[in-house]
Every structure is written in C-alpha cells, then in structure tokens.
Design a protein around this ligand. Sequence first.
Ligand SMILES: Nc1nc2c(c(=O)[nH]1)N(C=O)[C@@H](CNc1ccc(C(=O)N[C@@H](CCC(=O)O)C(=O)O)cc1)CN2
Ligand SMILES: Nc1ncnc2c1ncn2[C@@H]1O[C@H](COP(=O)(O)OP(=O)(O)OP(=O)(O)O)[C@@H](O)[C@H]1O
Length: 199
Amino acid sequence: MAAPHTSPPDSDSPLLAAAKADLRRRLMAARARPAADHVTEALCRRMLASVHDAVPAGAAVAAVWPLPGEIDLRALCARLHGHGYRVLLPETPPRGHPLRFRLWQPGGRMVPGRFGTAHPDGPAGRPDFVFVPLLAFDRRGFRLGYGGGYYDRTLAGLGPVPATGYGLAAQEVPEVPTGRHDIPLPVVVTERETIRCGT
Ligand SMILES: Nc1nc2c(c(=O)[nH]1)N(C=O)[C@@H](CNc1ccc(C(=O)N[C@@H](CCC(=O)O)C(=O)O)cc1)CN2
Ligand SMILES: Nc1ncnc2c1ncn2[C@@H]1O[C@H](COP(=O)(O)OP(=O)(O)OP(=O)(O)O)[C@@H](O)[C@H]1O
C-alpha cells in the first residue's frame, strides 16, 4: 500500500503553507517592474545607516546577490566594502539546511548555485549583522521569502545577531501568515522608513 502523503513533522500545516504560497504568488506578480534607481539608492542609504548604527567597521555583514526581480544590492556591497566592512553572501544548501556565508570581494568570482543564486568562492565566515531579503513583511517584523525556510533556520542557528529585513514599502502587508518557526525581525528597512518592529 502506498504511504499516505504527509508533510515532514517540522513543516508548516497544509493550510498555513497554502496561505503563504498564495501571498507569495500575489507579491511576485506585483513586483513586475524593477525598482527605479532613486528608490534603490534611498533604500541602500538607509541600509548602510542601519549597519553603521549596529556594528563597527571590520564587522562581517551578510547581504545577498540579486535574483531576477529583486532589489539589486550590488552597489551596497561595494559601499560596505569601501567603508571597511567584510561582506558575506549566502551559499544556498539543499532545502532543510541553514545558509553558509562566504566572503565577497569586489570583482571576485561568483559561482552559480541552487535556484539561480550565485555565491562567492571566498572563505566561509560568520556574520555579525544579517540583511534578510523578503517578498512580504508586516509591522510586527514577520516576513515571507521564497519558501525555502532558509533564513528562519539560519537565524535560529546563528543565535543573537542583529538581523534587519529590507524591501520596498510596497511589499508591506497587514499580516504575514506565520508558523512556529517564523522569527520576527526587530527592524525592517524600506526606501521610506526604518521600522522598529513591535514598538
Ligand atoms: N538574492 C537572494 N539570495 C538568496 C535568497 C533570497 O531570497 N534572495 N534566499 C532566501 O532564502 C536564499 C535562496 N533561497 C531560495 C529559495 C527557494 C527558491 C525557489 O524555490 N525558487 C524557485 C522559483 C521561485 C518562484 O519564482 O516561485 C525556483 O528556482 O524554481 C529560490 C531561492 C539564499 N540566497
Ligand atoms: N528553524 C526551522 N526548523 C525547521 N523547519 C523550519 C525552520 N524554519 C522554517 N522551517 C520550515 O520551512 C518551510 C518553509 O518556511 P517558509 O515558508 O516560512 O519560508 P520562507 O521564510 O518564505 O523562506 P526563506 O527564508 O528561504 O526566504 C516551512 O515548512 C517551515 O515550517
């Protein structure tokens, strides 16, 4: 007899997974056009300020290399490097595992990875500050990503580290559906404001 189809014990309930998938589809459809340069610039300026507020030069800051349709943080990576920060970018492991962060240098080689991602070939490092990409967020600091559960797993494993979500103001929703693994972010930065969540 075939085994009944069940989700792994650790995963979201089918109802919650469907609510997340629905919101994910809606937000992906809504971000049809790339952000204007001045919007990306305003966001990156706020992101840089939030790093300066939290950690000193020399600290390791995790950003991401853009996927199609996302905000492009490559200029931010260069500026962080110019300000003396070490820039780490994630390598995407098989689903169910935390991200591993590798040191990026301007002009360094990027290696193609899972799901269209790319990561540097530099040494692995532990971030002192993590920028968290998102498709949707709410004022409580909950976020929705591509559904890999990578950031929740990674932040749970890193312990206390300043984590800041970033996105466009248009990605805010009244309430992201959440499960027991979803960890709210203390700060979400958009091109318009720096939101201290839960305050
Ligand atoms: N730029 C960037 N890098 C990142 C992330 C991110 O959100 N943005 N991640 C955040 O965790 C990790 C990669 N996570 C991912 C998890 C799943 C899929 C994925 O399933 N992609 C589908 C297409 C998604 C869709 O269009 O519906 C695919 O490739 O088939 C992609 C990335 C690490 N690196
Ligand atoms: N720390 C964890 N331990 C075990 N399972 C987890 C953990 N974090 C998330 N998950 C599970 O991973 C699955 C995907 O989670 P979710 O849909 O919230 O991903 P996401 O936040 O959109 O993705 P990402 O973080 O990769 O951008 C869910 O079933 C969730 O319960």
